[in-house]
Ligand binder design. Structure first.
Ligand SMILES: *[C@@H]1O[C@H](CO)[C@@H](O)[C@H](O)[C@H]1NC(C)=O
Length: 333
């Protein structure tokens, strides 16, 4: 490595550490668990900490566990701090998401953060996804590594959902922006949704397409949730009108990606994105209409996984062994 290149490399490493390190404070008021959420399943595998502000969700041989928001929301900013289970977590999935699947079986909406466990020594990966009006035949998954180890400490994961965009944040760094386009039609989530957090056994697909199953020798797998922010337009279940939370704090709700944040987002995606449906040649002969193809991103992903993102579409049997087996994981959604 030439010294000038090395210097540049160090400079950018420092820069990215600095940009990630700033502004990780959560300025919006957080609420106690009971104020916003209620247990959903898993009985004793959901444990509320005595301060009422922290919950442990665990997965063991018997069951996973989860909780759900009292209210349905049409748009808003939703956030939780999460610490993921450590050690061997292959096959384990932790999810923080919005859905209305229980109300609309055929045409539900969904906005997902999913955390995919891994074998020992390999880090958790994050997946984001969006479905609108039952468009589950078009998966819009992206996957990323992180710039920290999510089992060491809590980190904040947030979803901003408006009628024109969806932004996913990690520690206030936007990592993905989904802009509503005309051509997406109903594929952009547009009906009220509930918030959920769950931990479950996804042995069949989570780690290398089911190669590594959950090993209950390492159970219980415990995920910690705290710093709950539910800042949205709660929908009256009977009258179906949305009442937005227009308190003082709404000034602290982001309204979009700022120019400074865009630089951080681009840096994050350049460095940490490992899968994007927009570039998956095996699943989509032509990228879905909302995709904005970035040639540099395409090139980087091809190097990372030539089978999924490469140019050749002739041989795509199910049994190639390479990289992280990404398209197999994705296909099972
Ligand atoms: C959503 O799906 C329903 C049922 O399939 C359909 O009638 C409706 O037109 C769709 N809405 C949009 C906005 O595409």
């Amino acid at each position: 490595m030439q010294t000038s290149y090395m210097g540049l490399f160090l400079f950018f490493s420092m820069l990215s550490i600095m940009t990630y390190a700033t502004s990780s404070k959560n300025l919006l008021p957080t609420i106690p668990f009971d104020e916003g959420y209620t247990p959903l399943f898993g009985d004793n595998n959901l444990v509320l900490h005595s301060d009422g502000k922290m919950v442990h969700l665990s997965l063991d041989e018997r069951t996973g566990s989860g909780f759900v928001s009292h209210d349905l929301y049409l748009h808003g900013y939703f956030s939780a701090s999460i610490k993921l289970p450590s050690d061997y977590t292959a096959g384990v999935v932790v999810a923080f998401y919005m859905s209305n699947g229980d109300m609309y079986q055929k045409n539900h909406d969904e906005i997902d953060f999913e955390f995919l466990g891994n074998i020992r020594g390999k880090d958790w990966r994050i997946q984001t996804n969006v479905y609108g009006n039952g468009s589950t035949n078009i998966g819009r998954e992206e996957r990323y590594g992180l710039w920290f180890d999510p089992v060491e400490d809590i980190h904040q994961y947030s979803i901003l959902w408006t009628d024109s965009q969806i932004i996913f944040y990690v520690d206030n760094v936007p990592i993905r922006e989904v802009k509503r386009t005309e051509s997406m039609g109903g594929d952009f989530p547009s009906k009220p949704m509930t918030l959920y957090a769950t931990i479950w056994d996804a042995s069949d697909w989570a780690t290398n397409g089911g190669k590594y199953r959950v090993n209950y020798k390492y159970a219980p797998f415990v995920a910690e949730f705290s710093n709950f922010v539910l800042h949205g337009c709660a929908v009256d279940p009977i009258e179906h009108v949305a009442k937005c939370d227009n308190a003082q704090s709404s000034k602290m709700v982001p309204s979009g990606v700022t120019p400074v944040q865009r630089i951080k987002m681009d840096n994050f995606r350049k460095k940490h994105m490992t899968y994007s449906y927009c570039y998956d040649k095996i699943r989509y002969k032509a990228p879905p209409s909302e995709c904005v193809i970035n040639p540099k991103e395409a090139e980087r992903l091809i190097k990372y996984d030539p089978v999924t993102f490469g140019k050749s579409r002739r041989h795509h049997g199910k049994h190639h062994h390479h990289g992280s087996g990404s398209q197999e994981e994705a296909a099972s959604f």
